[in-house]
Design a protein around this ligand. Structure first.
Ligand SMILES: NC(=O)c1ccc[n+]([C@@H]2O[C@H](COP(=O)([O-])OP(=O)(O)OC[C@H]3O[C@@H](n4cnc5c(N)ncnc54)[C@H](O)[C@@H]3O)[C@@H](O)[C@H]2O)c1
Length: 336
């Protein structure tokens, strides 16, 4: 299946096809220098499969985990690009999850004021969400994604076969972004989580989630308005994630915990919580409200004391509402 992200001169194809990892050459010109960036948990066979198709290929492997999104690693990759005399005609391929995608994209956006990059996502989270839309970033001074850019890839190649090696917890974690996409924009996708099989029907789930993100990004590439709805569940989710020294939760798990706070309809909230339970997602976290509120106050998306929160009153529709930190504090006390 081929989708096309329509963003004028920044448009690109998104290929979703089992086995497409082996077909890179059918979708892009590989006859120049290519740096594949991946991490040490991504199975070597995927890296070798891509590398075998690129005549002049270099490989940079980072240590897996969020710490890879750092200035230090950014510098090391730029060093590699310089050492191998990469020019603007050359390319970067991000092969891995959202960490590798965000990091590689930021390097690509910066090196020589921008060289081409291709996303080959290999986690559910990156196949469903992070590989399209052009948000690229690294972390700095403990603040997530604080240095970054909007920089679109030239191509996104999604091969669901790569998910066979993904640990179950990561698999489920990424699916939360698809559940979120259903809740904010496509009720039929939300219902798939109730009626279909998240393993057997994964290709359809990915396709529908991509269609949601594509539609939203095409209308608002730089997050001036509508794109904010993709942050549903993230206001409290991010706060829980930033408070992570107290537990060990993944991004999607935190978003799943954050979503119910912004659902006014009790029945819809209960349906969502039942889905999360069926998927084996955590249903509880210690409520460190003071810590969460302090994270929200420092959030780069906050406008002084005001935060744009995203509400879902009925499946498939989202509404943005500006709230003060005090109002959110009240909500935390009252809900659930
Ligand atoms: N740019 C965006 O729009 C956007 C959106 C959401 C999240 N993000 C970012 O995405 C990151 C999280 O991404 P993630 O959840 O993919 O985590 P991740 O990139 O850390 O990948 C999870 C783990 O799975 C391993 N892995 C990857 N593919 C594998 C495979 N096929 N088989 C076996 N192991 C595999 C990785 O090596 C890693 O250890 C965060 O940094 C978050 O900020 C970005």
């Amino acid at each position: 299946m081929k989708l096309h992200m329509n963003l004028d001169e920044h448009s690109y194809d998104i290929i979703l096809e089992r086995g497409c990892l082996k077909q890179l050459r059918n979708y892009t010109d590989v006859n120049h220098k290519i740096l594949i960036i991946s991490d040490d948990n991504v199975p070597r066979e995927y890296i070798d499969t891509v590398a075998a198709q690129c005549p002049e290929c270099f490989i940079h492997i980072v240590k897996h985990g969020e710490q890879a999104k750092s200035l230090h690693i950014f510098e090391k990759i730029c060093d590699d690009l310089l050492k191998h005399h990469f020019s603007r005609k050359d390319k970067i391929i991000a092969l891995g999850g959202g960490v590798v995608g965000d990091l590689s994209g930021y390097v690509a956006a910066s090196y020589m004021r921008g060289i081409d990059f291709i996303q080959i996502p290999t986690t559910t989270l990156s196949q469903i969400d992070s590989s399209i839309g052009g948000k690229v970033a690294i972390n700095f001074n403990g603040v997530k994604n604080i240095i970054g850019s909007f920089y679109q890839p030239k191509l996104v190649l999604i091969d669901p076969n790569t998910l066979k090696t993904l640990p179950r917890r990561h698999y489920i974690n990424g699916l939360v972004e698809a559940l979120k996409a259903g809740l904010i924009y496509d009720a039929s996708l939300f219902e798939m989580f109730e009626n279909k099989d998240i393993d057997r029907d994964i290709d359809e789930i990915i396709a529908k989630a991509l269609a949601v993100k594509k539609a939203v990004v095409e209308q608002d590439e730089k997050e001036q308005g509508l794109r904010k709805i993709l942050n549903f569940g993230h206001t409290i989710g991010h706060a829980i994630e930033a408070d992570n020294h107290l537990h060990d939760l993944y991004h999607g798990e935190c978003v799943a915990l954050g979503m119910p706070y912004f659902m006014s309809d009790k029945q819809l909230r209960e349906r969502t919580q039942a889905i999360c339970k069926k998927m084996g997602l955590p249903s509880e976290v210690s409520a460190h409200h003071a810590n969460w509120l302090s994270v929200m106050r420092n959030d780069k998306k906050a406008d002084h004391d005001k935060i744009d929160t995203v509400w879902v009153h009925e499946a498939g529709q989202a509404v943005i509402k500006q709230m003060s930190i005090a109002e959110i504090a009240e909500l935390l006390e009252d809900t659930l």
